[in-house]
Design a protein around this ligand. Structure first.
Ligand SMILES: C[S@@+](CC[C@H](N)C(=O)[O-])C[C@H]1O[C@@H](n2cnc3c(N)ncnc32)[C@H](O)[C@@H]1O
Length: 307
């Protein structure tokens, strides 16, 4: 006996892919999936591989329910209309993977503290650079990454010693940016931070805020959070940057969008500036302007001394 769809019609498994067992009424045909692939790619540079049908259905299910739309076909007809900018932003919010944590990939932060900050300090003392640092967290998700960098900068290059430090933190998802701007996290995340930074830069929630912690205003004020699509032209006021963190973002892109984004990131780095990527991201042979210093740490090439 063949399985039946919610509408009672026999399911032809070659044409219709039942996305999730618990959502028996959401189906996506290969042709419809391909339309979503192209739409998401043109909006974000993210390429959903052919095996991601369950991910598409699972992540859009709640949005369809909110809108009272019962099929992905009808949703596509709505979201693909040129004027539906807001709905496309909602779709991107649902589709993006936003996993992050404080001090993720700690070796890179050790590199900052042990090699980069002393180098910048030495150069500033010799008058070879101003006491000015600009850092960009590109694909910042809910803020743990830029707050980690801001805490380290506040500790090692403090304003009291004349350092002018600012961070730009950007993401394509409004949902995560809203969380990032608030800087409020479950207290369980305290375990991700070294205790000296935790005690210096986090406030523990009391009363109805019990179970939460909040980033101190002095750290929040160092960061400008903005919505920005890395796969579109951009005009960044703070550019060029001394360091860019673009970690665990490029893995979702295909070769063409990755190379476009890398060209933009390099363009916004100073010569000898640093690019940090995620542990699964190897940029070798992807950009002639970037040279590997260590796995996952690159520098923009130039004629001056490298770290
Ligand atoms: C897995 S998170 C990584 C967060 C953080 N960088 C880290 O490593 O912990 C990837 C982030 O990239 C963002 N992203 C994906 N495509 C993007 C694009 N085209 N422009 C800007 N941000 C994008 C997602 O919204 C998501 O928040």
């Amino acid at each position: 006996m063949s399985a039946e769809t919610a509408a009672g019609k026999p399911r032809t498994s070659r044409q219709l892919d039942p996305c999730l067992d618990q959502l028996p009424h959401l189906f996506v045909s290969p042709a419809l999936f391909n339309k979503f692939q192209k739409l998401i790619y043109s909006e974000t540079g993210i390429w959903l591989g052919n095996s991601k049908t369950a991910l598409l259905c699972g992540r859009l299910f709640r949005r369809l329910r909110t809108l009272g739309i019962s099929s992905l076909e009808s949703y596509y007809e709505c979201v693909a209309q040129p004027h539906q900018h807001e709905e496309r932003a909602q779709m991107i919010d649902a589709i993006t993977t936003n996993e992050t944590r404080f001090f993720r990939e700690p070796r890179q932060f050790e590199f900052m503290v042990q090699r980069v900050f002393p180098h910048w300090q030495g150069d500033a003392e010799q008058g070879l650079r101003p006491k000015r640092v600009r850092v960009w967290s590109a694909g910042c998700s809910s803020g743990e990454e830029p707050y980690t960098v801001a805490m380290l900068l506040a500790r090692h290059l403090p304003a009291q010693e004349g350092w002018d430090v600012r961070l730009l933190a950007t993401d394509i998802s409004n949902r995560v940016l809203e969380k990032a701007r608030k800087g409020v996290y479950p207290i369980a995340k305290a375990a991700e931070l070294p205790s000296d930074l935790l005690h210096s830069f986090m406030l523990r929630g009391m009363g109805e805020r019990d179970g939460e912690m909040k980033v101190k205003v002095e750290i929040q004020e160092m960061i400008d959070f903005q919505r920005l699509n890395l796969d579109q032209e951009m005009n960044l006021v703070e550019s060029p940057f001394d360091a860019i963190f673009c970690r665990n973002v490029l893995i979702y892109f295909d070769a063409a969008s990755k190379s476009r984004v890398l060209a933009r990131l390099s363009h916004h780095l100073i010569v000898n500036g640093l690019l940090f990527v995620g542990h699964a991201e190897n940029l070798s042979s992807m950009s002639s302007q970037l040279q590997s210093l260590e796995p996952t740490i690159y520098t923009r090439t130039g004629d001056k001394e490298i770290l």
